[in-house]
Design a protein around this ligand. Structure first.
Ligand code: SF4
Length: 327
């Protein structure tokens, strides 16, 4: 058994200062990822900084129409918030499609953003895995790569999908992530937060050492828009996505005048499909426009031996979601 020091923090400044004491420190919020991975010896913190006492549990509407979400707001509270249910429907649906009730009651907004991949080779602790052990190789390339492995944003070093549903909805909505660190506070655009694996799959996000996520600020809802999240998976509860889409559209009659589209389950990070959005705008909502958008969104897919089915499935996640949303 490995031991670690435990340090509860009362302010975000305290938390950052404590975390700075060790390069192997971890922040503890809901713990649904950290404790899992520590128990199987994949994460090995020597210092756990407990941030649960920080005042980061509020959801507030800002005067400019944006929604400010504290890092410690639970997934349940975010999904059930009246403003989220009415103005960010796809976000509420995405969160409720993930994990289980018990996990959503514990898991936090920041923790969901920071969750690690579900690749079994990453989690078994012994297989070659560039994410866990840089330079050791990738057992999933040439191994089993059917369900939690990507076709978009992959590299020769890692093909694991980002597991979050919530983040796919946030990628479509648009958001800023507020962080605090040794050099003060700063904002990161949500689409720049998660990194592609490239040559450094062990670097998963844009946080600098010791930085702490304090809030997420969602863009104001687009006037007159409707949104939805569709998740396709092996079973309909407590299962990660094989392909999913978050869609936001504005219709003028049957003409699409604005569109946002993001994908999950097929990509190494929450995947905003901007070219596909541009194809939709100005077209009549219908099979032809939806199919064109889906083709463009999946155009650069690079399948592996067992996940080529994700190319048509990803297209179906887009087409069905748009069809349901515009019906
Ligand atoms: Fe590791 Fe990524 Fe390869 Fe999985 S896909 S074994 S996480 S490097």
């Amino acid at each position: 058994m490995r031991t670690f020091a435990y340090s509860p923090a009362g302010t975000s400044g305290d938390a950052v200062a404590s975390h700075s004491r060790s390069v192997a420190a971890s922040y503890l919020a809901g713990g649904t990822s950290l404790l899992d991975l520590a128990k199987i010896d994949v994460m090995r913190p020597d210092l756990v900084v407990d941030i649960n006492r920080l005042p980061l549990k509020k959801i507030e509407k800002l005067s400019d129409g944006r929604l400010k979400i504290g890092a410690l707001v639970t997934n349940t509270d975010l999904a059930q918030h009246p403003v989220v249910k009415s103005d960010y429907t796809s976000l509420s649906q995405a969160i409720l499609s993930g994990a289980s009730t018990q996990l959503r009651n514990k898991a936090t907004t920041a923790g969901n953003i920071m969750q690690r991949v579900r690749c079994s080779y990453f989690r078994d602790g012994v297989s070659p895995c560039n994410k866990r052990e840089p330079g050791s190789g990738c057992a999933a390339i040439g191994g089993l790569n059917r369900s939690v492995h990507a076709v978009l944003g992959v590299s020769d070093n890692c093909i694991a999908t980002h597991p979050s549903d919530m983040c796919v909805a946030m990628a479509a909505i648009g958001a800023r992530i507020l962080v605090e660190g040794p050099e003060g506070q700063r904002e990161i655009d949500f689409l720049d937060f998660h990194l592609l694996p490239g040559d450094t799959p062990d670097r998963e996000h844009a946080l600098k050492p010791d930085e702490l996520i304090t809030h997420v600020i969602l863009d104001a809802p687009i006037g007159g828009s409707r949104s939805s999240y569709l998740k396709l998976r092996d079973r309909t509860s407590y299962q990660f996505s094989l392909a999913s889409s978050a869609a936001i559209v504005v219709l003028d009659g049957n003409i699409i005048t604005n569109a946002r589209l993001a994908l999950g389950g097929v990509s190494t990070k929450p995947w905003r499909a901007k070219e596909a959005e541009m194809v939709l705008v100005g077209q009549a909502a219908g099979p032809s426009a939806f199919a064109q958008a889906a083709d463009i969104a999946m155009r650069d897919a690079k399948p592996q031996a067992h996940n080529a089915y994700k190319v048509p499935l990803g297209k179906q996640a887009i087409i069905r979601n748009l069809r349901n949303l515009t019906a």
